[in-house]
Design a protein. Structure first.
Length: 377
């Protein structure tokens, strides 16, 4: 048997894993788009008309009108000048960082930034790296003199942060980062993977949430989470996006997004542009779940988003908690060291817009039962 949990159904409020149906409280399907009828129809219609594959990289003959439509609509949705779509958020971070930064440039990064940012910084070959304590602007300010005196002549300083931190659900202090970046002449990049479709009006993301349009140079997003399909993108100035289309190796040397993926994503952007109904339902469910767990005595940490950690502490208890929930047909991922610091193990819950309150009640009941049994509450 494989160590992977194999899903045998669509991704919905419930999933079937190896023959058993579970309440799904741990997917990134924030808006329920992964199995949405409108996305499916768009993908099927596009397949009928255009086939499935694009058979080439974008720079050769793989660029389809659907890609252009998606990029135009994404840029408009994000209120940015331009957008480039890649086949993953991981690759989008690689492209954004490797194309912008070289050996003598300077990178400034939050210590809890996503693995794809860490890998991209390595790939860039950058020799001047400064890591600040998580979301700690005092720590960053203390390091500014060293940051400003590092690097070669004409060096670029790039400050990089996740938008929403995936283990705690807290939001980056973006307004303060904008001020600091302006002060030292740095570029600012945010990876909004868990903020896309979640934060801001209609789910436009963290920049919209803080009303900082035009003040963040590079916005990276994923199409694999709330957007429900797969892929990644970068938005920014027309000049920046043109540079990526000409130079990013992750754009030039790997195949374009497939036809059904692209068509489904256009439908997702159209839906979000037209209505914020799903985003509102997501937040309503997140508040419902969080409040009920807090009332029952659980510690939900520092979350400000629909990522809801249930803090447990011990690694063993967290794993046992996850197993016991599974016995009760509830799927919720235990997160343990090294994903989070030792003795801060937790369950990570992620409600979706498509859960009903009755679904959540069932989850809450099971979590309270197991929490009581394991003396977490
Ligand atoms: C999920 C995630 C990614 C990777 O996105 P994919 O589209 O799955 O490659 C990148 N950055 C952050 C912060 C993420 O949470």
């Amino acid at each position: 048997m494989s160590y992977l949990d194999t899903v045998e159904s669509q991704q919905g409020a419930r999933i079937v894993v190896r023959g058993k149906t579970y309440l799904n409280l741990c997917s990134n399907n924030y808006l329920g788009f992964a199995s949405d009828a409108r996305l499916k129809e768009a993908a099927i219609a596009a397949i009928e008309q255009y086939g499935v594959g694009t058979t080439s990289v974008r720079a050769l003959i793989g660029s389809h009108s659907l890609h252009e439509e998606l990029e135009t609509k994404l840029a408009a949705f994000k209120k940015a000048e331009a957008a480039i779509v890649l086949t993953g958020g991981y690759l989008a971070n690689m492209a954004a960082i490797q194309t912008t930064i070289g050996k003598d440039d300077i990178i400034v990064s939050d210590e809890l930034n996503h693995a794809s940012i860490i890998d991209a910084v390595r790939l860039s070959g950058c020799q001047n790296k400064f890591i600040y304590k998580h979301a700690d602007m005092d720590d960053l300010r203390r390091q500014l003199p060293k940051i400003q005196s590092a690097g070669g002549p004409d060096r670029t300083i790039l400050i990089i942060t996740d938008g929403v931190f995936s283990m705690d659900g807290d939001i980056a202090p973006l307004p303060e980062l904008v001020v600091i970046a302006q002060k030292i002449g740095a570029k600012l990049m945010v990876d909004d993977a868990h903020g896309e479709g979640v934060l801001g009006s209609h789910g436009r993301g963290i920049v919209d949430h803080f009303n900082l349009h035009g003040k963040v140079d590079i916005e990276v997003g994923t199409l694999s989470k709330a957007f429900g399909v797969m892929g990644g993108f970068i938005t920014g100035s027309t000049e920046l996006i043109t540079t990526y289309k000409q130079k990013a190796r992750q754009f030039l040397f790997t195949n374009a997004l497939s036809i059904p993926d692209t068509a489904a994503l256009i439908a997702a952007v159209d839906i979000l542009t037209a209505s914020d109904e799903r985003v509102k339902a997501l937040w309503d469910n997140a508040t419902y779940l969080k409040t009920h767990l807090q009332k029952a005595g659980f510690n939900t940490g520092t979350t400000e988003t629909p990522i809801i950690p249930v803090m447990i502490g011990s690694e063993e208890t967290a794993k046992l908690f996850g197993e016991k929930l599974r016995e009760k047909a509830v799927m919720a991922t235990p997160i343990v060291f090294p994903m989070v610091p030792q003795n801060t193990a937790r369950l990570r819950l992620q409600p979706s817009a498509i859960h009903t309150h009755a679904d959540l009640d069932e989850g809450i009941k099971a979590i309270i039962e197991v929490g009581t049994e394991l003396k977490v509450i």
